[in-house]
Ligand binder design. Structure first.
Ligand code: ZN
Length: 196
């Protein structure tokens, strides 16, 4: 079994794949041959760093990339465990490892992808939840207040608890007697008071 790339007699099979994409177009190419340690490291670095930079940019290729990156990593780790040393003129040396994350372009692209996912995730989560069942206006109902001006909140069993909030409304004319002006985060309301 000789290296398909350089002819070196110390070779082991390795299957690595490269994904490149743009919108709906994408392309994959696969290396699946007996390969020596140094050629495998070089091919892994080239295929993995290209995939990490060019694989994300379409919906289908994004999914391909998610699965392909760990598959490539497993393939090189498996190859490394089979061919741990390189022979140079009769001497054997520990095999050097090339990491795709050492590529500065890969790091920048991964930061961009993480940023896009972060904003997409936030946008997907925040838009429907603004019609949440809990509103600050409701949390004031049942609270008790002093009769001064300004009024202060107080415990309902306290001696100065002269008024209690019965309901909130957008129109102060709905209130039977006194009211408080409330400020919820996004809308104005009135809290109607009755004697406690
Ligand atoms: Zn080789």
């Amino acid at each position: 079994m000789r290296c398909q790339s350089c002819g070196n007699a110390q070779a082991e099979q390795i299957k690595i794949r490269k994904v490149t994409s743009f919108i709906i177009w994408f392309n994959t190419s696969t290396w699946n041959y007996p390969t020596c340690a140094m050629c495998a490291e070089g091919l892994y670095f080239e295929f993995q760093s290209t995939t990490l930079k060019a694989g994300w940019w379409g919906p289908l290729s994004f999914v391909f990339t998610i699965f392909n990156v760990p598959a490539n990593y497993n393939a090189i780790q498996n190859h490394r465990s089979k061919l741990g040393t390189v022979e140079i003129e009769g001497d054997s040396y520990p095999r050097p490892h090339l990491a795709a994350l050492k590529d500065g372009g890969v790091r920048i692209v991964l930061l961009i992808v993480a940023g896009i996912l972060f904003f997409a995730f936030n946008a997907a989560n925040s838009s429907p939840s603004s019609s949440n069942s809990y509103t600050p206006a409701e949390s004031i109902i049942g609270t008790c207040w002093t009769s001064g001006d300004p009024a202060y909140p107080t415990g309902c069993s306290d001696w100065d608890a002269d008024y209690r909030v019965t309901f909130t409304t957008a129109d102060w004319n709905d209130c039977p007697e006194r009211y408080l002006e409330g400020d919820a985060t996004d809308d104005w309301y009135y809290a109607c008071l009755v004697a406690n």
